[in-house]
Design a binder for this molecule. Structure first.
Ligand SMILES: *[C@@H]1O[C@H](CO)[C@@H](O)[C@H](O)[C@H]1NC(C)=O
Ligand SMILES: *[C@@H]1O[C@H](CO)[C@@H](O)[C@H](O)[C@H]1NC(C)=O
Ligand SMILES: *[C@@H]1O[C@H](CO)[C@@H](O)[C@H](O)[C@H]1NC(C)=O
Ligand SMILES: *[C@@H]1O[C@H](CO)[C@@H](O)[C@H](O)[C@H]1NC(C)=O
Ligand SMILES: *[C@@H]1O[C@H](CO)[C@@H](O)[C@H](O)[C@H]1NC(C)=O
Ligand SMILES: *[C@@H]1O[C@H](CO)[C@@H](O)[C@H](O)[C@H]1NC(C)=O
Ligand SMILES: *[C@@H]1O[C@H](CO)[C@@H](O)[C@H](O)[C@H]1NC(C)=O
Ligand SMILES: [Zn+2]
Length: 764
């Protein structure tokens, strides 16, 4: 029985009426009256009209805490074999964004989610600029080839690079190797090797006397964005860029390559977008709807400036092994069985040859869809908890990210089943999202957040994201908004490790395998602000929505820390790899789905949100400390005071402590107070957004990146940003002064949001 019920009824039931009833009906009737009054939920009790009863029921419901038995239902009903069958079906064929199989998948998900019991599912369309090489085996193929330096029309056919994984060349839906948004072009030049293509790599080349002007630059993947590598190469004078996955970074030493193992063979390469920042390049800041204003293409500054093409490492080895020039520094070495040299140009048999790029990749407008489904909340339908992942893939993408799509499909069955059978309906609304065109540039999620910015800001209680959901069987890798840390830890304590023989929770193995502090006596799992680029970005950095993004990853011990997983963005990211090497019994999938499902249930159903606003305070102090240490004396010399910033950080810390005290002392019988404190717990996250920050979606004063390639100071990004390029000029110092004030005001605003109502009067 509801423990609050007696208190509720007291004021409306007069003693006089009880006595009157007792006299009139006698002891038996009195007892019956009591029984009816106490136990009946639907019929009017003594002295209560039907309307009173209904009002009381509504009140009772409004202060009812979550039914915790639903947790067991969700955890036990998530079925590993169903997830396997989902993944088999969804990864059966390539489904690159903007192509017919991609659209079919959106329709399929919509149909299934509805069948599974969601209240409503829609496709949300955007018309965006995508980029493809010739599709369907009809046009020419993107290739790299060596040519006669004196007569570049003369190609050495036997040096022509692969343009697709050979096993997939007969599947017209499997796209050839390309980097989306590369300009088309056919540059010819001598080859130079530039390690990871970072600015310091080009500095090294310059100091080593290697002039990149007019050259084609070969670079390894990792340690920086694809487009950034092309931009750095172009800045050094290069006219074409080639990327390859270095086996030292993707594979374990002595590991077996596919199909004997899951490591990357020398016949596949990573595809991938190369825009310098995500989002539809034609509609920055605004949704790519049919009424959108489109930038003219010549105004777009986010394309890589030179043609860019990925090749497999067998081909990279072929070119590198003939390179002339100095031996590359030891830390540029990979594990190809060659001596890594800098170039320029070739030596031996290949002397005098140049490299020609044939890049046919070009932009094109396409319609892409998000699939968005709703379970309407029972009491607070205007408060949303969203679970999202992208459904597009470069090829089949069994790992990236069809594994997540398979899990969320199973979750729609489990949640939808409860709703369909009238067993349960969450307090708040649950929203499922399958994002389109993530791989190109986070398009679906970014355009969606641009379209619904204020709806999301005002109403979204949490955004949970999965990407590369099951990329390994070792441990969780993720990041979150600080207030969510505890509820995430608690949730992973409820879910057993996928390896049942260990008898441990995910939390325990996560803390052992990836501790926040390896030297701590009691280890806790590593969980900070997310560092990877996926669909949470605009929720987190444009709106400030409380969020968690996560994946299950492989043991990196024998792999380079730069490794994502070996078959990342290749055609070898397929069901076979998943079933034989990553998650044969689908217990990792089941565990991930359980974590997502239980987290969504808790956040959607909890009477009081399990958030802790105090968790921002250590981040604020760390940003402040780094600002003082890295820039304190320079700021002082410029007469820029950070006293007010220090005061805002202190004010936040005190305000959060007070606020958490109010949350702990919450009157669970007062629905208005519950709603008020819950709202504040969400609003404090969005308060760290400064809408006046210049970038169109990087608006978080703590967690937006500074955008610096070289300056890695952990100070507030708005301050670091202006320091990127060395000495700051007068205008720069004015900007920094402005940023210090902006950050101070934003942090103080966050403190005000969690202060009590009289904060509207200003400081006392
Ligand atoms: C491109 O490659 C495909 C195989 O993947 C081949 O069938 C086709 O003929 C090639 N196109 C050209 C123009 O060489
Ligand atoms: C690099 O080569 C270009 C073109 O050959 C030339 O104009 C430029 O001066 C060279 N740069 C250096 C630093 O030698
Ligand atoms: C690594 O680089 C150094 C030169 O910097 C070279 O002497 C050495 O042979 C290289 N190692 C391998 C395995 O290629
Ligand atoms: C690339 O596509 C644009 C239209 O998006 C077109 O104007 C241009 O001619 C194409 N370039 C090549 C080389 O095909
Ligand atoms: C994870 O996968 C590796 C490689 O397939 C395997 O050796 C290992 O036993 C698996 N670990 C667990 C915990 O299942
Ligand atoms: C911090 O709070 C104190 C006391 O209310 C107030 O005087 C001060 O102005 C606040 N700091 C900022 C930056 O607003
Ligand atoms: C970042 O910039 C500051 C100020 O210019 C400078 O003192 C610091 O050394 C830079 N840090 C890095 C890693 O470049
Ligand atoms: Zn992905």
């Amino acid at each position: 029985m509801d423990p609050y019920l007696p208190n509720v009824r007291c004021p409306t039931m007069s003693k006089g009426r009880y006595i009157f009833l007792a006299v009139l009906c006698g002891a038996f009737a009195f007892a019956l009256g009591i029984i009816i009054g106490w136990f009946s939920k639907t019929e009017a009790g003594p002295g209560l009209t039907a309307e009173d009863r209904a009002a009381l029921d509504m009140y009772r419901e409004s202060i009812e805490d979550a039914d915790e038995t639903i947790r067991d239902h969700i955890l036990t009903n998530i079925d590993a074999e169903r997830i396997r069958e989902n993944l088999r079906e969804l990864s059966a064929k390539p489904h690159m964004a903007g192509t017919p199989p991609d659209h079919e998948m959106a329709e399929l998900l919509k149909r299934r989610w509805l069948e599974n019991g969601l209240d409503e599912v829609r496709l949300v369309p955007y018309d965006v600029l995508l980029s493809y090489p010739p599709l369907g085996r009809e046009g020419p193929n993107n290739t790299v080839v060596t040519v006669d330096g004196a007569d570049p029309a003369r190609e050495f056919e036997d040096t022509r690079s692969l343009h697709i994984e050979p096993e997939y060349q007969d599947d017209p839906d499997a796209v050839q190797f390309f980097n989306a948004y590369s300009p088309p072009g056919h540059p010819v030049g001598e080859l130079v090797f530039a390690n990871y293509g970072r600015l310091e790599d080009f500095d090294y080349l310059r100091q080593a006397g290697v002039n990149c002007t007019g050259k084609i630059v070969l670079m390894k993947y990792r340690s920086g964005g694809r487009g950034t590598k092309a931009r750095n190469a172009a800045a050094a004078g290069a006219i074409g860029a080639i990327l390859y996955p270095e086996p030292a970074d993707t594979n374990a030493p002595g590991g077996k390559v596919y199909p004997e193992g899951w490591d990357l063979p020398g016949t596949g390469t990573e595809r991938g977008g190369s825009l310098l920042e995500p989002g539809d390049p034609l509609t920055p800041g605004y949704p790519a709807t049919d009424y959108a204003y489109h930038l003219p293409e010549e105004k777009i500054t986010v394309f890589p400036p030179i043609p860019l093409q990925p090749i497999a490492y067998n081909d990279a080895q072929n070119y590198l092994s003939h390179l002339d020039g100095d031996v590359a520094p030891a830390d540029w070495n990979g594990t190809l069985p060659i001596t890594y040299r800098l170039g320029p140009g070739f030596t031996g048999d290949w002397a005098g040859r140049k490299v020609a790029l044939h890049v046919y990749t070009n932009t094109t407008m396409r319609r892409v869809y998000n699939v968005v489904g709703l379970i309407k909340g029972r009491l607070e339908p205007d408060r949303y908890v969203m679970l999202g992942n992208h459904y597009d893939a470069w090829v089949q993408g069994a790992i990236d990210d069809t594994s997540s799509t398979a899990m969320s499909l199973e979750l729609t069955r489990v949640f939808g089943g409860l709703v369909k059978d009238d067993k349960w309906r969450p307090r708040r609304s649950v929203v499922f999202a399958a994002w389109g065109a993530e791989e190109f540039a986070l398009l679906g999620s970014l355009e969606y957040v641009e379209q619904f910015t204020y709806l999301i800001k005002e109403r979204m209680v949490a955004y949970i994201n999965m990407d590369i959901g099951v990329g390994g069987n070792y441990t969780i890798f993720g990041g979150c908004s600080p207030p969510l840390v505890d509820v995430i830890y608690d949730t992973t304590k409820q879910v057993p490790d996928p390896d049942a023989s260990l008898g441990k929770s995910i939390y325990e193995t996560w803390a052992e395998r990836d501790p926040k502090d390896a030297d701590a006596d009691v280890k806790v799992p590593k969980l900070g602000w997310p560092g990877v680029g996926t669909d949470y970005i605009s929720f987190g950095r444009r709106v400030g929505t409380p969020l968690f993004t996560f994946a299950y990853v492989h043991d990196q011990t024998n792999y380079s820390p730069r490794s994502v997983y070996p078959s990342y963005h290749t055609a070898y990211d397929n069901m076979d790899v998943m079933e034989r090497f990553v998650d044969p019994d689908f217990t990792v999938h089941r565990a991930m789905a359980r974590i997502s499902g239980e987290l969504v249930r808790r956040l959607a159903d909890a009477l009081v949100l399990p958030y802790d606003s105090r968790k921002y305070a250590p981040s604020l102090s760390a940003f402040l400390q780094a600002t003082e240490e890295d820039f304190g004396s320079m700021l002082h010399d410029q007469d820029i005071s950070i006293d007010a910033l220090r005061s805002a950080v202190a004010n936040y810390t005190v305000a959060a402590e007070d606020f958490q005290g109010r949350v702990q002392a919450i009157d669970k019988k007062d629905p208005m107070q519950i709603r008020r404190l819950n709202d504040q717990m969400v609003q404090v996250n969005t308060a760290f957004i400064d809408i006046h920050q210049p970038h169109h979606f990087e608006k978080h004063v703590l967690f937006s990146p500074s955008g610096c390639a070289t300056n890695s100071s952990a100070a507030f990004p708005g301050i670091v940003r202006t320091m990127c390029d060395g000495p700051v000029n007068e205008e720069g110092w004015r900007e920094i002064k402005k940023q210090v004030a902006a950050i101070t005001s934003t942090i103080q605003s966050a403190a005000d949001v969690i202060s009590d109502v009289d904060s509207i009067l200003g400081p006392s």
